[in-house]
Design a protein around this ligand. Structure first.
Ligand code: ADE
Length: 245
């Protein structure tokens, strides 16, 4: 049984989209994961197969009807025990720990919203988990679903070579990645940091750790604060063997 993505959407043609290419595409062909789309329109009402209506209380835009969404969820999850996730800017921020949890299970059912969103009652009734991929507003949940699936699929066993799998571990320590360099050793007057050419493995590791910490402190104070909380401190700086702050 391969890892299953069961996607509820008004735009089934958007899947697998970019996930039909490259590593994810190969894994899809190899049956490591599979994808089923469920067209919300198939559960629409009346001659026009309506899936939305105007918001009670007034306001702009349209709201996806709970009865229609519920029927689609029923079809997408029947006989399956998958976490059900609604992609919305109102959700909790999606993090690597969530991705790891989804990837470790049998798959995920994803509800992609359009218009202003989904009637709250069906989210309650179906105990839907709500996640946002960041503090910006997309035109619909489909691209967010593709982001979530990309992050999950690359963690499935056998999808990435062993040389790549460590990349995930290094984000797991809560720091941003160190900067990368390759040939040529000098390019447009810019030299590669000499330590990387030194052949001193321990010095390379120490330099990379320092770079990762510096980048995290400057660019992501939120991650840095969490990292510093977990790391033994001396003079406000993380303490490491062989280093004197
Ligand atoms: N749908 C619209 N915007 C979104 C976001 N930022 N994250 C997840 N789903 C969304």
């Amino acid at each position: 049984m391969s890892w299953l993505a069961s996607v509820i959407t008004l735009f089934p043609e958007m899947f697998p989209g970019p996930l039909g290419q490259s590593l994810a595409g190969r894994a899809l062909e190899d049956g490591v994961w599979s994808i089923r789309t469920h067209d919300l329109r198939a559960h629409g009402l009346g001659r026009h197969r309506a899936v939305d209506d105007t918001p009670f209380g007034g306001g702009a835009g349209m709201v996806m009807r709970p009865d229609v969404v519920d029927a689609a969820i029923g079809a997408a999850t029947e006989g399956l025990d998958l976490p059900l996730v609604y992609l919305t800017p109102r959700g909790r921020r999606l993090e690597q720990a969530d991705i790891r949890r989804f990837a470790a299970g049998p798959g995920v059912a994803l509800l992609c919203g359009r218009y202003e969103g989904v009637d709250e009652r069906v989210l309650e009734a179906r105990a839907v988990e709500q996640y946002s991929i960041g503090d910006f507003v997309l035109s619909g949940g489909e691209t967010a679903a593709l982001v979530l699936l990309d992050a999950c699929v690359r963690l499935l066993p056998g999808v990435m070579g062993s040389e790549q799998s460590g990349v995930e571990e290094s984000f797991s320590d809560g720091l941003l990645e160190y900067p990368l360099y390759t040939r040529p050793a000098e390019w447009q007057g810019r030299a590669v940091p000499p330590v990387l050419l030194s052949g001193h493995h321990a010095q390379v590791e120490a330099w990379r750790k320092q770079q990762a910490e510096d980048a995290t402190r400057v660019r992501r104070p939120d991650l840095w604060a969490a990292y510093a909380d977990r790391t033994p401190q001396r003079n406000g700086l993380p303490v490491r063997a062989g280093f004197h702050n």
